[in-house]
Design a protein around this ligand. Structure first.
Ligand SMILES: Nc1ncnc2c1ncn2[C@@H]1O[C@H](COP(=O)(O)OP(=O)(O)OP(=O)(O)O)[C@@H](O)[C@H]1O
Length: 268
């Protein structure tokens, strides 16, 4: 469903030469599949995600093609891209607090997209918001629907972020470091939810993380990035068992001990 072809992104800077931060990256993603993108900070993972959803800053120039079911998103107008964003491609960010309005009850925030973009009545939008909160496993959703973001834990806020993305029924979700701000047990819960959504709803998922342990839990295929370029891209199991590059080996060595133990057990 998604094919990125030779994507180059350059940032213009005042009086300094432009910097190329993506240097010809290509990837493909099948419907219902999960692609992991891993690499250290600054390798270009977020810039790649922003290119796909058309949210690059104004000083950026993108070349290449980003094909969603054959349509090149880089050629769409801002208005055309607004239709794609949310409805076709949902985005989940690292820090859910920045994506949520602190002064609005979470149920209202989920319902807003349902009313404005899916045309649901106020009552139906609330019912659907409740169903979505259940879907992302917020306990006592009937009561929590009227909570404000600050009344929820970090993990619950991220679940609300996922519910907001799901509300528009996208067929592709991009999760950029969705668990980095959370502690390990909460992290596992969020990853389980994302895995269930892919399995139950047939969503495609791009999961971005600097942590190969996170990627290994969910991704069928993994793209390893370094300094804006692809290092390798293959079935996740292959990347983990037979890394084709020293850089990938460094990332495997940096995996938390527990994730590595699971991997070793799988190998034995
Ligand atoms: N608005 C911008 N203007 C100029 N350079 C930028 C801008 N945004 C990102 N960059 C540069 O692009 C490069 C890639 O950044 P990006 O955020 O994609 O990395 P990343 O792999 O997602 O890292 P992190 O995990 O820290 O977010 C970095 O060198 C960064 O400094």
């Amino acid at each position: 469903m998604l094919a990125v072809e030779s994507l180059r992104v350059t940032f213009r800077r005042d009086r300094a030469p432009p910097v190329e931060v993506l240097r010809g990256v290509s990837l493909t993603l099948e419907r219902g599949a999960t692609l992991g993108i891993v690499g250290e900070s600054g390798s270009g993972k977020s810039v790649l995600a922003l290119s796909v959803i058309g949210l690059l800053p104004r000083n950026a120039r993108a070349e290449g093609r980003v094909l969603l079911d054959g349509t090149d998103l880089l050629t769409l107008s801002e208005r055309g891209m607004r239709d794609v964003r949310g409805r076709r491609i949902g985005m989940i960010f690292q820090e859910p607090m920045t994506a949520l309005n602190p002064a609005m009850r979470v149920g209202v925030q989920i319902a807003e997209g349902l009313r404005v973009r899916r045309g649901l009545s106020r009552g139906n939008a609330r019912t659907e918001a409740l169903r979505l909160l259940d879907r992302v496993q917020i306990p006592q959703a009937g009561r929590r629907i009227d909570s404000y973001p600050h009344e929820m834990s970090g993990g619950e806020r991220q679940r609300v972020g996922i519910a907001i993305a799901l509300a528009l029924e996208p067929d592709l979700l991009i999760a950029d470091e969705p668990t980095t701000a959370l502690d390990v047990t909460v992290q596992a819960g969020i990853l389980d939810i994302l895995g269930d959504l892919v399995a139950d709803l047939g969503l495609s998922l791009i999961l971005i993380s600097h942590d190969l342990g996170v990627i290994a839990r969910l991704a069928d295929r993994t793209l390893v990035m370094h300094r804006g370029a692809e290092i390798e891209q293959d079935a996740t199991e292959r990347v983990l068992r037979r890394p084709g590059h020293d850089y990938t080996r460094t990332l495997i060595d940096a995996m938390p001990r527990r994730a590595r133990a699971t991997l070793e057990a799988g190998r034995a």
